[in-house]
Design a protein around this ligand. Structure first.
Ligand code: ADP
Ligand code: ASP
Ligand code: MG
Length: 437
């Protein structure tokens, strides 16, 4: 008997027939003798709809109340799924994040899990029931208020529960057949990656491949939780993110054993192309080029709790002694950061500030980059042949990212995918559901 944590994303529980279909899959695992904990997301695009509703009521909803509202989405799906499971003849009990012991800090909208105390979940399993947990939510240790973990956070709920319960595997069910070399919605010729390292998956998630929440991957690596990303609409194998030596169910009655794995194939140089259209770019023009200015700028940005990604500082001109600093950040954080910087303009003594949300970020990821020169040259050549202008560049050991105009992004992703010979011959990238919102 194994303990399996399964997470179903919004598109997998979008309507009543979908919820009943998912209940059948869960029931099959239970009938094969496994203990099953299920984490659910809100139905379809209902989180976005709740955000729209809040915006229609108030231009700046308080973060505490927004979290209270958004967590209702997952409550609906957890209760409906428990009802559907009861009809399959199994006992099912649903729990909110707080009831399931997801303890977080008090940072509304992007709370971090600081402890997991799944006593009630363990009890439900010991009683022979299937436990269903509302994803994406927790309760603050200090304020006792309800929090959310950030968009896509149900993945992290699932991995954190899997770690706390010592689960054999955490299965992430979504609307595509696993992790692909690019988003199948943009690159229909993307191919599935059967096995991916934590290191590469972290870079892909950080670069915007929203198929997995970044923190879920971090958590899985830290606590050695085998992750299995797959579609709830098919029985295909999906993608495994595992350390060596794992043995876990991949179907109600089938098991995967990494001990059987033939020596891993030679690493491809490039594992995928990720894109992110949710970033904006701030440019401070005419910042005095003296020590301490960058520190002062980014202290203000950090105080606004924004996650800055790429930073570029131009060479200053000797005549003016001033330079320009540009950086990218999530568009959701932009208004706060722009306000804070504008308020501090006299102190920072920059000349002007520009902000644009019409940018896109493309990232090429591959552990093989470390030992293969010429990857950036090939990337820049592919972009130039496609007529795409590069605004910013940043690199890590296994990633190269560029900022382009937003309108160029999809075309750029396809061109780069083709240039690195990642296109599959058989077009296996099926998108089963979801709106991609
Ligand atoms: P869920 O509602 O199941 O959590 P998400 O929309 O959060 O689903 O994530 C699944 C989506 O991630 C896919 O439909 C796909 O458009 C997108 N995606 C982006 N990059 C990739 C990638 N490299 N591989 C697979 N899917 C990707
Ligand atoms: N429902 C939340 C969202 O859309 C959490 C999740 O689906 O993971 O972001
Ligand atoms: Mg998701």
């Amino acid at each position: 008997m194994s303990l399996v944590v399964q997470k179903y994303g919004g598109s997998s529980v979008a309507d009543a027939p979908a919820i009943r279909r998912v209940a059948q899959r869960i029931a099959a695992y239970r009938e094969a003798g496994h203990e099953v904990v299920v984490v659910v997301s809100a139905m379809g695009d209902s989180t976005d709809e709740l955000i729209d509703l809040a915006a229609a009521v108030s231009p700046a909803p308080p973060a505490r109340e927004l979290d209270m509202l958004l967590t209702a989405g997952e409550r609906i799906s957890m209760a409906l799924l428990a009802m559907a499971l009861t009809d399959t003849g199994h006992e099912a009990r649903s729990f909110t994040g707080s009831q399931a012991g997801m303890i977080t800090d008090a940072e509304h909208g992007k709370a971090r899990i600081i402890d997991v105390t799944p006593g009630r979940i363990r009890q439900a399993l010991d009683d022979g029931a299937i436990a269903i947990v509302a994803g994406f939510q927790g309760v603050s240790q200090t304020t006792k208020d309800i929090t959310t973990l950030g968009r896509g956070g149900s993945d992290t709920t699932a991995v954190a529960l899997a770690a706390a319960l010592g689960a054999d595997v955490c299965e992430i069910y979504t609307d595509v057949d696993g992790i692909f070399t690019a988003d199948p919605r943009i690159v229909p010729l993307a191919h599935r990656i059967p096995l991916v390292s934590h290191e590469e998956m972290l870079e892909m998630a950080a670069a915007g491949a929203k198929v997995l929440h970044l923190r879920a991957v971090e958590y899985a690596r830290r606590y050695r939780v085998p992750l299995h990303v797959r579609s709830s609409f098919s029985d295909r194998m999906g993608t495994l993110i595992v350390e060596g030596g794992a043995h876990f169910p991949v179907g109600p009655e089938q098991f995967y054993d990494s001990g059987n794995e033939v020596s891993p194939m030679e690493q491809p140089i490039i594992s995928g192309v990720a894109h992110d259209a949710s970033q904006g770019k701030v440019t401070l023009i005419g910042v005095p080029d003296v020590p301490g200015k960058a520190a002062a700028v980014f202290q203000i940005v950090a105080a606004a709790a924004a996650n800055v990604d790429m930073i570029v500082q131009n060479v200053s001109t000797e005549i003016t002694g001033r330079t320009d600093i540009s950086f990218t950040l999530p568009t959701d954080d932009a208004a706060q950061v722009v306000d804070a910087l504008t308020t501090a303009r006299d102190k920072l003594s920059f000349l002007s500030l520009e902000y644009s949300d019409q940018i896109g970020k493309l990232s090429l990821i591959g552990a093989g980059m470390r030992s293969h020169p010429g990857v950036s040259a090939r990337l820049f050549a592919a972009l130039s042949e496609a007529g795409v202008n590069i605004q910013m560049i940043s690199t890590s050991e296994i990633r190269i990212s560029v900022v382009t105009a937003k309108d160029d992004l999809d075309r750029a992703v396809r061109a780069v995918h083709t240039a690195f010979e990642l296109d599959s011959a058989n077009g296996e990238a099926v998108v089963y559901g979801g709106t991609g919102r």
